[in-house]
Write a protein that binds this ligand. Structure first.
Ligand code: GAL
Length: 168
């Protein structure tokens, strides 16, 4: 909706880098009461812009976006076994971007709970995964395959030239 009355702002305490990104799933889970009243939940980076129509093609249980930098490759998963985000070279994977993802509110909140639990285990062991929350998101999607995989259209870096329509 275009109605500004549809917007609910939830303030959060500022923390130094990388905690604002790392603890995003904890933040979502903390607000599960208000978030679970919606059918679907999507996360989108604050510096992204919607430049083409995005419609119901993105609606699914678990929705991931292929990272524009690592199409068809394994990307930059966490490779240290001590982290709960560890992905072994033997495991099949595709590298997804942290910047846009979502799903049904039930699935998204379950994902938020598991990822924040894993991140807190890591913090207890003095570990921050290589690409913070994105590393954990990728671990999660190895264990719980996305039901919709969006192309880099939905995470298109402004000045790049990719063979995809610019949507986000
Ligand atoms: C970069 C991106 C980071 C992270 C990284 C993963 O291009 O800016 O946010 O996704 O790739 O290797």
């Amino acid at each position: 909706g275009q109605n500004k009355n549809n917007i609910v702002a939830i303030n959060k305490e500022h923390k130094p880098w990388p905690y604002p990104t790392l603890l995003r799933y904890e933040e979502f889970y903390k607000h599960q009461k208000i978030l679970s009243s919606k059918n679907y939940l999507f996360y989108c980076d604050a510096d992204m812009l919607f430049v083409s129509k995005i419609g119901d093609e993105i609606l699914g249980e678990r929705v991931a976006t292929i990272h524009p930098g690592f199409l068809g490759g394994r990307g930059t998963p966490e490779t240290r076994q001590i982290s709960t985000a560890f992905i072994s070279p033997q495991e099949e994977m595709e590298y997804y971007a942290g910047g846009f993802n979502g799903g049904t509110s039930k699935e998204f909140l379950t994902m938020s709970k598991i990822i924040s639990k894993n991140i807190n285990i890591d913090l207890g062991n003095n570990i921050i995964a290589l690409w913070h929350d994105e590393s954990h998101l990728n671990r999660y999607f190895v264990d719980h395959n996305p039901t919709i995989i969006l192309s880099p259209s939905y995470c298109y870096p402004e000045n790049w030239k990719l063979p995809y329509k610019k949507r986000l």
